[in-house]
Design a binder for this molecule. Sequence first.
Ligand code: NAD
Length: 332
Amino acid sequence: QTFFKPILNTAPPSPTKRHTKISVIGVGNVGMAIAQTILTQDLADEIALVDAKADKLRGEMLDLQHAAAFLPRTKIIASVDYSVTVGSDLCIITAGARQLPGESRLNLLQRNVALFTSIVPPLAKYSPDTILMIVSNPVDILTYVAWKLSRFPSNRVIGSGTNLDSSRFRFLIADHLDVNAQDVQAYIVGEHGDSSVALWSSISVGGVPVLSFLEKQQISYEKETLENIHKDVVNGAYEVISLKGYTSWAIGYSVANLARSILRDQRKIHPVSVLAKGFYGIDGGDVFFSLPAQLGRSGILGVTNIHLTDEEAQRLKDSAKTLIEMQSQLGL
Ligand code: NAD
């Protein structure tokens, strides 16, 4: 404040100046990859980090702060106390319990629900207008849990869902066709992970629909190759985890990309976990899973109407049923 001599007669800072704040809950591998991508991409004026482990949290905060000379100016704060998140525009939850040896999926889920009970209400209290972005797994059910616990309207509760699966898909298709992954439009929708649904008929490269192009050119229809690509998408996470112990870089970029679309009001379409009731014939309960949705400053702006084959629509309905059954065991 005293380092520079103030310029006299300047107007006071405008109260309308936009200040963007992002909070990241959980500073494990995923939370830190997201935080560092957000920093390098200059998406926020302030980043607040929260974790239950105070030492690890302070260590991560200092390590990022020490890079200030090389980064766009961003205030980085951290605390085990949720008051540090006050006034956030976006809260990204990556905190999660690790699966114990022999532990069932349901038990792990129940532990993560308990964890969310201590995370979501304080976030909603300190930032009642924030958008919640859920990354912790199982991401679709935990997005439902966060929606219930926050009592936010559904446009402000988003799961990172199959955004990452879809980027793996686009990379593999691009690699196969030797084109740039950014020119590949391809969506994986539904449940994040094993039962995700690849929307083959809507894949296009530079505006050319791939399947009908291959058929018209009478290039032998590479059904098996395509199915193997989807298998590789599903196995991708397992392979990375078995090799390096966790996944981090791709989820970091994927969530930073969602943050950009939301905070900069990009109105881009991303496959993310949304309240799916009422879309694509999904009824019978409140269920979150990924559909191609338009993202902007108020969160989810809408869901696009992609043509689904009967088989794809049926697979989504089956996933909805499984998720609703699991949710009913949570007692929320
Ligand atoms: P990690 O174990 O490295 O980090 C989890 C962090 O959460 C730890 O720092 C831990 O201290 C913190 N934590 C635990 N309980 C907490 C609480 N009550 N409050 C605050 N912090 C708490 O795990 P990770 O590799 O970073 O993965 C995090 C989550 O992200 C996992 O659930 C993982 O499955 C999920 N994930 C999702 C995707 C996706 O595409 N949706 C991709 C990768 C990982």
